[in-house]
Ligand binder design. Structure first.
Ligand code: PGA
Length: 255
């Protein structure tokens, strides 16, 4: 729980072959002295097995970008948490804004996914964050509190979960928000969590990440914030040299 978390979200960008190549470059470039960070790669579904064969030889964990909110059955085109577990996923992103927006994923589906992830011993990485209009309309805090609270409704037993604050309007923008603002949202998330769980559970079992245009130049500013325990990285995780730069910066920071 003490090392920073670095999650690479490859989205729908790399074919299985390309994913394997990028994973190999990342594994080969890991610092020789070992890594004092928890690193997770989240390829697309068809690439999971190929990437798993590469990461299994390293300290990198495998994550999924999503799964379906039912356990199994007649859901053509969907993938279950159990399937992900079998191919080696120990993490999964849940409720990414691109899914909330493009696939109309709802708070209640996200809540079901959190429960399923925990049932299959998959660490849920619950994404929350405001859209630009919500921010401009003064609804930012309300949106974040609602997304956190509804994702965790009825979630009482877990060994670990992660919340990633990703302001929707900076995803893929190339310019992140002010790190102090990320810290103040992390504070809001903590207060929201404290309404649901004990101090001990919040401190020991839940980690808060920042995501949105993180790169090797700005990553330290975020992780230096007291409540931000790592980063969720999109575009910069597709470029092994930049992703390794992020790992190197956080690893030397932690040592
Ligand atoms: P980005 O994406 O790093 O390209 O902004 C982050 C994310 O969508 O998780």
């Amino acid at each position: 729980m003490d090392f920073p978390i670095i999650i690479g979200n490859w989205k729908m960008n790399l074919t299985p072959h390309e994913s394997e190549m990028v994973a190999k470059k990342i594994v080969a470039g890991l610092p020789s002295q070992g890594v004092s960070a928890e690193i997770v790669l989240c390829p697309s579904f068809p690439a999971l097995e190929k990437v798993a064969r590469v990461t299994v030889q390293s300290s990198i964990a495998l994550g999924a970008q999503n799964f379906f909110w039912q356990e199994s059955g007649s859901y053509t085109g969907e993938v279950s948490a159990k399937m992900l577990k079998e191919v080696g996923c120990s993490w999964s992103i849940i409720g990414h804004s691109e899914r909330r927006i493009n696939l109309r994923e709802t708070d209640s589906e996200i809540n079901k996914k959190v429960k399923l992830a925990l049932a299959y011993d998959i660490v849920p990485v619950i994404c929350v964050g405001e859209k630009y209009e919500e921010r401009e309309g003064g609804q930012k805090d309300f949106v974040i509190m609602r997304e956190v609270t509804s994702a965790l409704k009825g979630v009482d037993k877990f060994s670990r979960l992660v919340i990633a604050y990703e302001p929707v309007w900076v995803i893929g923008r190339g310019e992140a928000i002010d790190p102090e603002e990320a810290q103040s949202v992390a504070t809001l998330i903590k207060y929201t969590l404290r309404d649901i769980y004990s101090h001990e559970v919040v401190e020991k079992k839940i980690q808060i990440l920042y995501g949105g245009s993180v790169d090797d130049q700005n990553v330290n500013q975020f992780v230096d914030q007291e409540l931000i325990k790592g980063v969720l990285v999109g575009g910069s995780s597709l470029k092994p040299e930049i992703f390794l730069g992020i790992i190197n910066r956080l690893t030397s920071n932690a040592n």
